[in-house]
Design a protein around this ligand. Structure first.
Ligand code: ATP
Ligand code: MG
Length: 658
């Protein structure tokens, strides 16, 4: 079959053997009827009422979707609701006061449990405090906190009084915080004295102070005392102690403010993997409905579950699947402050075991680390409570997928490989775990109601087996409404390329390249910009990486293009191995062999560089942009956005010695 884009001509789709959902899972799944796809199709957009029905509305909406001003869509317009009331209050009314809402696992083994009643009290008191500090409806409150319970409490307190929150990942720099506060004109900040990082007390407050020096506006700051005597701090003017405020407003209750479905719930920046982070605006009704519905249908969350999404709330995954989705459904959500390897590499499995976690959701970067460390760590614990596994954030290749399936799920738990973005708000592509077959290496079809299309440059859908641009041809409830830096950038980033305003056809462009198979399953091939052009053939870096990680002993790989006089671009591969494996000839040969078999000799790397780690963003994604600069001997920009900046120097030194 010809591939108009030349990204995937005539070769087998790189996925593992399909697997059916285990019958024990299907028996109890929230969604089991394959008819749901047709049902949504025939009844679109009203089908999305199923999602809206998972919420409690103060006033019902006039219509499901208003699209007159596309691409500025409105979902459930006219409806009124409050996100905090949906995530907290209504569970008290339904007799779940003593049910655990948040189970917090601290870095040093501390534990805290918040029942829905506890959460209600905390959110009301802090909402009262925020109001007293002057926060009004629609004021943006910036939250710069690590993974402590005060983070979701602060988010829900904002939501209660109708103040959009902007959570800035705690590991980001003072500059990053200042830029975000400045862009949103935010005059309120919730932060902490510090937190433990690898055993040391790390000063967060001084970063927050530095950020404020760069701001023109006056800021009122609430400081959570996380470290106590380990890091004494003094409060200055316009600075307030969180616990002190809670005491001042002890027992206060605040009526949740009814918000329009289209009112902003929060502002969230993208990870910044491909360039300047984009400030994404999410609204109250559509976002919450989509997050709740996907928690129900994709993650199979039930109120009696203990559910754990091991992401950071500082990214969209944590917003939708630690806070809003699971709490809207009244389940127990686990929140973990630490890292997976402290005190030992079995830390996560110890938490799963002790809490009898039912559902576990993480990222490929973590799964690859687990694989690298070895299966003896999960083997130390009883993981039989697990029912479903999930992954999000980057493509996962078949080998780590199978490792996860076997060593964590014991071949009993379906895996959902969920493709989505900060901009989509919630999951958009995934199998439904109680319905569909899983294909390792392919995320799955679009969810019911989604119109996912892989298209070529002219906008025509590609044939099965071919690759193209991953786009969405119909709006969906959780979609980004605009970018904080303006409607114009919103149109140019996502809509202009494949839409035709004259015929009122709107196609959202994700920025990702993908291939679709005969069953409509999507394999994400990476960012469009990550596709490299070797002698006129466009090759997907993800696919070459997948061939490399298919080799026993290889944990992770990153492939970039290096300019070459002969081919235009050469393939340059960075590889990191599992414990016990080294850079040896056998591994190199196996890598080349695998690439030639899976893709062809054209994709054969001219260089394979072994490195103990790959540079990653704070959200755990490989920074190919930087690796490309390194391979090309170019000057590097700012590396402060990296989680492990030191590795870049090590790689450069290694290349220098070659
Ligand atoms: P920026 O947009 O600033 O470059 P980012 O795209 O990394 O940052 P996110 O919104 O956190 O920020 O990530 C979304 C991207 O993550 C998707 O566009 C896709 O490239 C990747 N991704 C997420 N889930 C999956 C998945 N299951 N399979 C493949 N890729 C995924
Ligand atoms: Mg993106």
């Amino acid at each position: 079959m010809a591939d108009r884009n030349g990204w995937g001509r005539d070769r087998p789709v790189l996925t593992g053997s399909p697997r059916s959902p285990p019958p024990s899972f299907v028996e109890q799944a929230n969604v089991t009827d394959p008819g749901i796809y047709d049902e949504f199709e025939e009844n679109w957009p009203e089908c999305w009422e199923q999602a809206a029905d998972l919420l409690s509305w103060d006033q019902s909406y006039e219509t499901v979707l208003r699209d007159e001003e596309a691409p500025f869509y409105q979902w459930f317009p006219g409806g009124k609701l409050n996100a905090a009331a949906n995530c907290v209050d209504r569970h008290l009314e339904s007799g779940r006061k003593t049910h655990t809402a948040i189970r917090w696992e601290g870095k040093h083994g501390e534990r805290k449990t918040y029942t829905y009643q506890d959460l209600y009290v905390a959110v009301n008191e802090f909402a009262a405090a925020l109001r007293d500090l002057g926060v009004e409806e629609d004021d943006v409150v910036t939250i710069y906190l690590p993974m402590i319970p005060e983070l979701p409490i602060a988010m829900l307190s904002c939501a209660r009084i109708g103040a959009p929150h902007s959570v800035v990942f705690a590991g980001l720099s003072a500059d990053a915080l200042a830029t975000r506060m400045d862009a949103a004109d935010s005059e309120y900040l919730v932060t902490c004295d510090g937190y433990y990082r690898r055993g040391d007390a790390f000063n967060q407050k001084s970063k927050a102070d530095n950020a404020q020096l760069k701001l023109e506006q006056d800021v009122r700051t609430v400081v959570v005392d996380r470290l106590g005597d380990d890091l004494p701090h003094v409060l200055g003017d316009d600075e307030y102690d969180y616990h002190g405020l809670r005491e001042t407003f002890a027992g206060e209750t605040i009526e949740p403010v009814p918000r329009d479905a289209e009112d902003m719930l929060f502002l969230m920046y993208t990870s910044g993997t491909t360039g300047e982070p984009k400030g994404v605006v999410h609204t109250t009704g559509g976002y919450l409905a989509h997050a709740a519905w996907t928690s129900h249908a994709v993650l199979d969350v039930k109120p009696e579950d203990t559910y754990w999404c091991a992401a950071d709330i500082g990214w969209i995954t944590g917003h939708s699947y630690i806070v809003y989705g699971p709490l809207a459904l009244g389940t127990t959500t686990v929140m973990y402050e630490g890292t997976p390897d402290y005190p030992d590499r079995d830390r996560l499995w110890e938490i799963v075991d002790r809490n009898a976690v039912d559902i576990f959701y993480t990222a490929p970067t973590a799964i690859q680390a687990f694989m690298k460390w070895g299966s003896e760590y999960p083997a130390r614990h009883d993981l039989s409570s697990l029912r479903l596994l999930g992954t999000v954030g980057e493509p996962i290749s078949p080998r780590p997928w199978n490792w996860y399936y076997e060593h964590i799920g014991n071949e009993r738990c379906p895996i959902v490989d969920t493709w989505w973005q900060t901009e989509t708000g919630a999951v958009t592509v995934s199998t439904l775990p109680g319905v569909s077959e899983m294909k390792p290496g392919a995320a799955g079809p679009g969810l019911p109601g989604m119109d996912i299309r892989v298209i070529d440059e002219s906008g025509t859908e590609v044939d099965p087996g071919d690759s193209g641009y991953l786009t969405i041809a119909r709006p969906w409830p959780g979609m980004v409404r605009t970018l904080y830096d303006g409607d114009e950038r919103f149109r140019t980033e996502y809509w202009d390329r494949f839409s035709d305003p004259d015929t009122d056809e709107w196609h959202y462009f994700s920025g990702d390249a993908a291939r679709v198979d005969e069953d409509g399953y999507i394999t994400v091939l990476g960012r469009v910009d990550d596709v490299i052009n070797v002698s006129g053939r466009r090759l997907s870096t993800t696919e070459i990486e997948s061939a490399i990680t298919g080799v026993a002993g290889v944990a992770e790989a990153a492939v970039v293009g290096r300019s070459s006089e002969t081919n235009g671009t050469d393939v340059y591969a960075y590889v990191s191995t599992e414990g016990g494996y080294d850079d040896d000839m056998a591994v190199r040969e196996a890598i080349i062999d695998n690439i030639e078999t899976a893709i062809g000799p054209i994709a054969r790397p001219t260089n394979i560089l072994f490195t103990p780690e790959l540079p990653k963003t704070r959200s755990g994604k490989i920074m190919r942009r930087l690796l490309e600069d390194v391979a090309n001997g170019e000057e590097l920009g700012d590396t402060s956005a990296l989680r492990n900046p030191e590795i870049v120097g090590e790689i450069q030194a290694e290349i220098g010695e070659e």
